[in-house]
Design a protein around this ligand. Sequence first.
Ligand code: NAD
Ligand code: UGA
Length: 457
Amino acid sequence: MKKILCIGAGYVGGPTMAVLADHCKDYQITVVDISEERIASWNSDNLPIYEPGLDEVVKRVRGRNLFFSTDISGGLQEADIVFVAINTPTKTFGEGAGRGADLQYWEQTARSIFQHATKPEVIVVEKSTLPVRAATAMARILHVGNPTTHFEVVSNPEFLAEGTAIRDLENPDRVLVGGRDNESGRKACEQIADLYAHWVPREKILLTNVWSSELSKLFANAMLAQRISSINSITALCEKTGADISEVSKAIGMDQRIGPNFLQASIGFGGSCFRKDILHLAYLCEHYHLPEVAKYWESVVKMNEYQINRFFKNILANQFNTMAYKKITIFGFAFKPDTGDTRDSPALPICQKLLAEQARICVHDPKALENAKKDLAHFKGDISYEEDPYKAVEGAHSIAVITHWRDYRELDYQRIFDLMEKPAFIFDGRNCLDHQSLFEIGFNVFPLGKPHLTHFK
Ligand code: NAD
Ligand code: UGA
């Protein structure tokens, strides 16, 4: 039985290896992490991340051919294939601070693989999202001369989205495997492709060179984010002209060349990757002396910041330019529904700005309250957390919808209106509520890219 080790038991490492173990019973897979707490949680009934369908898969495979451990060196000694799914954050210091990738953990991992691996042939798989040519750095460290092991570095980026991770892993649009263009590189790519071929049709498994694979991952995220920034930029114009963003989005999405996905106007994209990956892409362009290309992609991030700020200013302007001591209920803190992940969620800057206006904030989220508490722990001000949405709105002057959890569409808004101060305001940062019926109940309604519905003369 061949042994796979995955370093990094996060949002990617955990679900990816669980699905791999489910389909590849002929492999023994161990997921390791430096965080003892995370590993203990993966070994418990209370998994460290919320992801629909994940519990069932983990229950099926854990202890059968999937194991979670903190013994990184022990795992490396036995591994034939090492997936690396550690986080690749943005640098916060020195050259490239705030833009380039911080590769210190990446390099430490490479050194650790070099030091502990013992099998004659080991394939190292880049699962994390990395700047183009990161595989070179990994290969250089691995090739300084381990007498017992030949290492081959392969890029196999992950395209899963949170909230739909299991579905995406079960039925991916494509699997990308990039390797060196020589016999050993091709053999390693075939081995990784064979793993996926246990359940993914061969025609969906794409073999490329390493650099194309690394770049395709960064670029895919940049393109997705660019669509969101594009539609969000038009919400501002809709509000000035009387056009309706839902109608515009539908009209352009019916053009087969454009397509309907990722045209949902929003308060702005969040999540741990879009902003990070675009900034890494832009920094890479600068590194290769392509400043115009760098600026082009940076504008996608700037538009996102503009949209978040615009949403906040709208809240302030429409509540008579003062939020001091007013209660605002935040509906949703996760960066998207069906996840408890709050990394880079627009909720954080919105709350920060509201607290600076001395607003009283009450946060509700079906799955992300614990993370919200951690994120807001360092901020001063009147902040409370509520598990019951009806309690959350008691005495509130306004509601800001930040995450389009399905639950929010199904609430009793007459009851909510009755519990709130008047005039009552709703700012729908996801255009997910029924605005006309809210207006008829008595709310002043502020959607994105659509006419405001107010009771003021
Ligand atoms: P994460 O923070 O959830 O998990 C990373 C894990 O790696 C953490 O548990 C951390 O403790 C561990 N780790 C860090 N350094 C380590 C080391 N030296 N040894 C052992 N463990 C170590 O991150 P994530 O969201 O899973 O993302 C991982 C990578 O995958 C990133 O490059 C990200 O860009 C990419 N990615 C993420 C997603 C997503 O939806 N989150 C999707 C596709 C790709
Ligand atoms: C995204 C990509 O979709 C994945 O393919 C990729 O693997 C992943 O990043 C990654 O590399 O980390 P994720 O961030 O989990 O996945 O979620 P998305 O569904 O892409 O949503 C990202 C953000 O964009 C969310 O805040 C979401 O609400 C927002 N969004 C999405 C919109 O505002 N409008 C849309 O039409 C779609």
